[in-house]
Ligand binder design. Sequence first.
Ligand SMILES: [Cu+2]
Length: 182
Amino acid sequence: MDKITYLTLFCAAVFATQGMAQTSTTPFNVLKSSKTSVKESDLNRKSNGKVTADGKALQFSGPSVRLVVHTGPDDDMMSYRIHGLRNPTLYVKPGATMEVTFGNTDGDMFHNIRFGANQPPFAAGTTDAGTVGSDSLPHKTEKSVFAQKLTIKAPTQPGTYSYFCTIKGHAPAGMYGLIVVR
Ligand SMILES: [Cu+2]
């Protein structure tokens, strides 16, 4: 084998291993992602889940989950709103396809939404490791609300997962909710 062939094969092997490592360490997987900007009113659209009797969770009974998420109102910025609920628990089916629209309606802070196997309590230094989700989006301006649309495949393994913000200190301050795959 000449040097170039060897190097090509070596690089291909390294890339292949990295690809495998990524899919095996993130329970959620991103199928599609694009950035956009939306009107604030677009983020009040409903999700296709049913609110549970206690008003704290959304139940998705089918294979398609539509989630519209934005950051909390001014007096409760370290939280998410989905379907008008604060940090609701999401009950989803194993392997469900989740169409997520996330918009940052905060007036002065960056936020993101990440999906992973992490469990509360969250440490101040919770990172993106093992998660997928949006980038950190800038705060809104007078003209637009920065948003990201993601298509995410839920874990096939039943269990408790979460969604949260990985900007330093945000998840410990309350910016998270649970996702129960069952
Ligand atoms: Cu945040």
